[in-house]
Design a protein around this ligand. Structure first.
Ligand SMILES: [Zn+2]
Length: 101
């Protein structure tokens, strides 16, 4: 077993404990997996947000916000499209970071 694989396992265990996100009454479980051609994904029926395991904190948070905006979009029945989802996620992420919220 390589060091990288071992560390990923530790990160995975750590992250497994922490991650549930509520979005307008729906509770999503956040899970991590190796990237498979995409950064993140939401399985709405199972209420799972998938994030890449092998990712730095900054990009990971931004990816999480991207998926959370998809959850908001789902809750309201909107169809924003990927560019708008990405812009909203980037804006929310920046406001939270710049104001230390
Ligand atoms: Zn998306």
């Amino acid at each position: 077993m390589g060091v990288r694989f071992y560390l990923q396992g530790l990160i995975y265990k750590y992250r497994q404990n922490e991650m549930r996100r509520k979005v307008f009454g729906l509770e999503y479980e956040v899970r991590y997996r190796d990237q498979v051609g995409t950064w993140g994904e939401v399985e709405f029926k199972k209420q799972i947000i998938w994030l890449p395991m092998d990712c730095l904190d900054g990009p990971r948070d931004l990816t999480e916000w991207h998926e959370l905006v998809h959850c908001i979009e789902f809750a309201y029945g909107w169809d924003l499209g990927e560019p708008m989802v990405d812009q909203l996620a980037t804006a929310i992420h920046a406001i939270l970071r710049d104001n230390e919220l």
